[in-house]
Design a protein around this ligand. Structure first.
Ligand code: ADP
Length: 418
C-alpha cells in the first residue's frame, strides 16, 4: 500500500508528490526529530548547469551575481513535514504549518548558500545553523543537517533534519556572559584595589594639608595677621602635600613593577584572546570588530598583561561608540612592523573622538569622563606597556573617532634595548 505525500497547498510544486510505504510514512510522521522534505531537483539542475558552463568558484559567482541566491531559492519547493516540525513551529496542525511555510522558512542566505556550495562541490552532506520564528513569535535556534544524493532524482525529496539547540545556545550565552562578567570583574577588582590603596594612603596627608591651609588662612585673616604662624602652617601644608606626592610616586612605581613574564608569542594570538574576552560586550552593542593583522608578527611580552591592555582599549572603544550612538559601529585592530624588532598595535574606533583637553589627560590616574568610570584603565595600560619597554599614545579628532597605538618588542634582545 502506498501513500501520497503531496500536500494540497498551492505553494507546492505539482508533481512533487512522494510515494511512500504507509508504515514508513507513519515512522516519518512520528519521528522525534523535525524533518522537512523539500524538492531541490530544479536547484540541483541549475547548479549543475552553472558548473558545466565553466564556473569553478560558486562563492565568487554569488559575489558577482547578488541575485543568484534568491533565483536559486525560487526553484525549490516544500514537499512534506512531519509532526515534530508542526510542533517545533507551534503550528497546531500540518495544514496551518503549510499555510505559512514560506513565511516561516524564508530564504536564509547563509543556510541556502551552504546547500548550494555543497551541491556544487558534490559533497555527500551539509549542515548549518539558523534561527526560526514560531507561530507565537518565539525564536528557536536550530542546527540543520541534510544528506545529498548523487543524482537529480534524489533531489526531488531532500530530507532536512532540524535539531533545536535552544538549551545549548542558552548555556553558551550564559558562559559568554559569565566570561564578560569575569573580565569586567577582574578589571574592576584590580582597579578597585589600586584605587582603594591610593585613597587610603593619600587621604591622611591630603586632609592634613587642608587643615594646615585652613589654619594659615585663619592666621592671615585675623585683625592683626600673624605672618609667622601662617608661614609655619603653610610650611606644614607643603610638607603634607609632598608626602602625598611621594606616596603617589611610590604607588606608580609599584604599578610599573608588576612582574612581567615575557615569552615569544604571535601578536595575533594575544589579540584573539582579548577579542574573546570583550566580544560579548561588543556583540550586545552591535559593534563589529575587524582584524587587519600581519599573521607572522611575534612579540616578546607577557601575554596576559598585553591581553589586559588590548581588552581595556577595546572596551573603551566599545563604550565610546555606544555613547556616541554612532551609525558606523566598528573597531579595527591593526598590527604592523614599527621598526627593527618592534611591533606596532593600533586600535581604531568609530566613536565620537575626544577633545584636546581629554586627550592630554588620558593617562592621568582617575581621569574619567564616564559616570561610572574609574579612570585607571589607561594608567594600568601605560604602566604595562612601559614595563615591556614599549610606548603608548592616542590620536583623536572630535567627531571622527580615536586611535590608540602601542609598541612592543619582538624579541628578548630588542626588549632589553628598548
Ligand atoms: P575609564 O574607562 O574608567 O573612564 P580609562 O583610563 O580607561 O578609564 O579612560 C579614561 C578616559 O579616557 C575615559 O573616561 C574617556 O573619557 C577617555 N577615553 C578612553 N578611551 C577612549 C576612546 N576610545 N574614545 C573616547 N574617549 C576615550
Amino acid at each position: 500500500m502506498s501513500f501520497s505525500l503531496a500536500p494540497d497547498d498551492e505553494s507546492f510544486e505539482e508533481g512533487s508528490s512522494l510515494q511512500l510505504d504507509l508504515s514508513n510514512y507513519q515512522l516519518f510522521l512520528s519521528a522525534p526529530i523535525p524533518i522537512m522534505v523539500e524538492d531541490w531537483s530544479r536547484v540541483y539542475k541549475a547548479i549543475t548547469d552553472l558548473r558545466r558552463s565553466g564556473i569553478t568558484n560558486i562563492d565568487a559567482w554569488f559575489d558577482s551575481h547578488p541575485q543568484g541566491v534568491a533565483e536559486l531559492r525560487a526553484l525549490h519547493s516544500f514537499v512534506e513535514a512531519n509532526d515534530a516540525v508542526v510542533e517545533l513551529f507551534e503550528a497546531g496542525t500540518r495544514a496551518a504549518f503549510f499555510g505559512r511555510a514560506k513565511q516561516l522558512l524564508p530564504a536564509d542566505r547563509t543556510s541556502n548558500t551552504a546547500v548550494y556550495r555543497a551541491i556544487f562541490e558534490g559533497r555527500a552532506a551539509c549542515q548549518g545553523e539558523r534561527t526560526l520564528v514560531t507561530f507565537s513569535g518565539k525564536r528557536v535556534p536550530i542546527v540543520w543537517r541534510c544528506s545529498l544524493p548523487s543524482h537529480e532524482d534524489g533531489y526531488r525529496r531532500l530530507c532536512f533534519y532540524g535539531f533545536d539547540v535552544t538549551a545549548q545556545k542558552e548555556s553558551n550565552d550564559r558562559m559568554q556572559a559569565m566570561r564578560a562578567e569575569m573580565a569586567r570583574t577582574a578589571r574592576v577588582s584590580l582597579f578597585g584595589e589600586v584605587a582603594a590603596s591610593i585613597l587610603h594612603e593619600i587621604s591622611q596627608p591630603l586632609s592634613a594639608t587642608r587643615t594646615s591651609a585652613d589654619a594659615a588662612l585663619r592666621w592671615l585673616g585675623n585683625d592683626t595677621p600673624n605672618i609667622e604662624q601662617a608661614t609655619e602652617t603653610i610650611r606644614d601644608a607643603a610638607r603634607w602635600a609632598r608626602d602625598a606626592t611621594e606616596i603617589c610616586r611610590r604607588i606608580r612605581g609599584f604599578l610599573g613593577k608588576v612582574p612581567v613574564h615575557s615569552v615569544s608569542s604571535l601578536a595575533s594570538g594575544v589579540i584573539d584572546a582579548a577579542f574573546f574576552l570583550i566580544s560579548p560586550e561588543a556583540n550586545s552593542k552591535d559593534i563589529l570588530i575587524e582584524k587587519h593583522l600581519d599573521a607572522t608578527l611575534s612579540i616578546f611580552a607577557d601575554p596576559l598583561q598585553i591581553q589586559q591592555v588590548l581588552a581595556n582599549l577595546l572596551l573603551n572603544g566599545v563604550h565610546a561608540i555606544d555613547a556616541a550612538g554612532a551609525n558606523e559601529r566598528k573597531i579595527a585592530v591593526f598590527t604592523r612592523e614599527a621598526g627593527p624588532e618592534e611591533v606596532l598595535f593600533e586600535v581604531q574606533d568609530s566613536g565620537a573622538g575626544m577633545s584636546e583637553e581629554t586627550l592630554s589627560s588620558l593617562f592621568q590616574p582617575f581621569f574619567t569622563t564616564k559616570a561610572h568610570g574609574m579612570g585607571m584603565g589607561l594608567v594600568v595600560a601605560r604602566s604595562i606597556v612601559e614595563a615591556h619597554g614599549g610606548r603608548i599614545w592616542a590620536e583623536s579628532t572630535p567627531g571622527l573617532g580615536t586611535r590608540f597605538f602601542f609598541t612592543l618588542p619582538t624579541s628578548e634582545t630588542s626588549s632589553a634595548t628598548l
